[in-house]
Ligand binder design. Structure first.
Ligand code: GLA
Length: 516
């Protein structure tokens, strides 16, 4: 018989006084418009470790990302972690490991971009990576970041192993400057596991930083260890915001050993903390429940909220905790009740304690059951099973809009001009908004080369970038352009993460005529 040890919390929750860590004023050294919402993607380390990362595995994962619906839920960054993908040649430059990645690292990037995903790679700021299997960037920062740009990498995780004697701020600043010099937009993910307190200084030079040690040893999901990451990361809520995220590590959602409730809780905690949503499970063999958890757009909408607030614990008795402090773009609030205890428990959420007028009539949306109740005044009581959560949105209206969640059919246009006679070639990239807020038309930035023009055509929830290439007057050779576009989230009025994609043109013979 289950002993119903429900703990009904009094409606007057204890709100702690000023938090120990108040926000520090942050001046962004490079406000590049990238990662204005937490990056989403997949990295191999948690489940695979270094073996068997190779081209075949990454391509299978890419297929699974698309087929499972994860790409359409916003997951974009994917690629090898420490998977021996390069070494350093005699000329000092990085060279792909062709045994493991036979097509080379640029071709792997093309493969990923062509499927509407972004390319993630890994390196280390010291002399060698953590396993010592790969070279680190020390004293090679400029040429290594140039290699990453040549491979068309969009996201670089930079570890902190084998860095004895190096100044952490100076080292990561040098890497940031080298990324800038290399000229390709890139999400800079610092991985010093909290060493050097990156939340105090890294907002100017990176977009996210690990706050804790590894969440698990490869292949061995560990719930208790993951919870230690959660509570360490929670304390840093004041430091997160658009373009600067606390990273409690890749998720273990969907790894063997976790119950459905634990998967749901871990995912909700990551969303509540506005953490980067980097999945770490084997996407080729997920349960239906794991897919549904990872692709829950209502939960993802909280993570991807444009205000970028990191939620925090408002009250806890050590077993059940109420998390808040996460106002969303439409004025609603996300509230999480998490039961770490061994027994089912009830918790009272009072409007006053989450900053809402107690007399207000509110609607409550359950982000896992997808049901709305209300109007309710004063508050509500929820019952939560052990290791489970109630993940809610509380609003004075019964509309619960989702912020824009963007997915692309491709991030690369690749065309060939075979003839001497001038031709007009076109190639399209279509972006779809899976959120519910209607998006204005994207604005393409100036500075395109004369051979390329881009027009954006809106078609319902999708927008197609029509790329038109005029070959007249072009000489034989390879041409490349990076198309960047800007948009504004319509409800909050905040800028959206800057969009970009590659256009490649191969001209086989000199083309007649005057160039435009
Ligand atoms: C460190 C990082 C991990 C992973 C490994 C690779 O431990 O924290 O996420 O990248 O290195 O060796």
């Amino acid at each position: 018989m289950v002993i119903p040890l429900g703990v009904l919390l009094a409606s007057s929750l204890v709100i702690p006084g000023p938090r120990a860590q108040e926000p520090v004023p942050i001046v962004r050294a490079a406000d590049d418009g990238l990662a204005l919402t937490p990056p989403m993607g997949w990295y191999p380390w948690n489940v695979f470790g270094e073996e068997p990362q190779n081209e075949k595995l990454i391509k299978e994962i890419v297929d699974a990302l698309v087929a499972s619906g994860m790409r359409d839920a916003g997951y974009a960054y994917v690629g090898p972690d420490e998977g021996i993908c390069f070494g350093r040649g005699a000329d000092g430059r990085l060279a792909a490991n062709l045994d493991r990645y036979p097509s080379g690292l640029r071709a792997l990037g093309n493969h990923i971009h062509e499927r509407g995903l972004k390319y993630a790679l890994y390196t280390d700021a010291g002399t060698r990576t953590c396993s010592t299997a790969m070279p680190g960037t020390k004293d090679h920062e400029l040429e290594d970041m140039r290699s990453f740009a040549e491979w068309r990498c969009d996201y670089i995780k930079i570890d902190w192993c084998n860095s004895e004697g190096q100044d952490i701020v100076r080292t990561y600043t040098t890497l940031h400057d080298a990324q800038h010099a290399a000229g390709r937009p890139v999400v800079h993910s610092l991985c010093s596991w909290g060493e050097g307190f990156p939340w105090l200084w890294a907002a100017g030079i990176g977009h996210m930083w690990r706050t804790t040690a590894d969440i698990c040893a490869p292949g061995r999901a560990d719930w208790a260890r993951a919870m230690r990451m959660v509570f360490a990361n929670e304390r840093l809520s004041a430091h997160a915001g658009p373009g600067r995220w606390n990273d409690p590590d890749m998720m273990i959602v969907g790894m063997p050993g976790l119950s459905d409730a634990q998967n749901r809780s871990l995912f909700s905690l990551w969303c509540m903390m506005a953490s980067p949503l980097i999945a770490g499970n084997d996407l080729r063999s997920m349960t239906r429940a794991a897919v549904e958890t990872l692709t829950n757009l209502e939960a993802i909408g909280v993570d991807q909220d444009p205000l970028g607030l990191q939620g925090r614990i408002l009250w806890t008795d050590g077993n059940i905790g109420i998390w808040g402090g996460k106002r969303l773009f439409d004025g609603s609030q996300a509230v999480l009740v998490f039961n770490q205890g061994r027994y089912p428990a009830d918790a009272r959420i009072s409007w006053r304690d989450i900053g809402i007028d107690p007399k207000a009539a509110c609607y409550v949306r359950d982000l896992w059951t997808h049901r709305t109740q209300g109007p309710l005044t004063g508050g509500l009581t929820v019952g939560v099973a052990p290791d489970d959560v109630a993940f809610l949105r509380v609003s004075t209206t019964d509309a619960f809009p989702l912020p824009p969640i963007m997915t692309a059919d491709s991030y690369r246009v690749s065309l060939r001009a075979e003839n001497r006679a001038p031709r007009i070639l076109t190639g399209a990239v279509t972006l779809t908004n899976r959120g519910s807020a209607e998006l204005p038309v994207w604005t393409v930035r100036a500075g395109l080369p004369a051979w390329l023009s881009v027009k954006v055509v809106k078609n319902g929830r999708s927008q197609t970038f029509v790329n038109t290439i005029a070959t007249a007057g072009l000489k034989k050779g390879l041409y490349h352009a990076l198309v960047r576009a800007d948009n504004t989230e319509p409800v909050s009025g905040l800028p959206m993460s800057s969009l970009y994609y590659d256009v490649d043109l191969e001209v086989i013979k000199d083309v007649q005529g005057a160039s435009r």
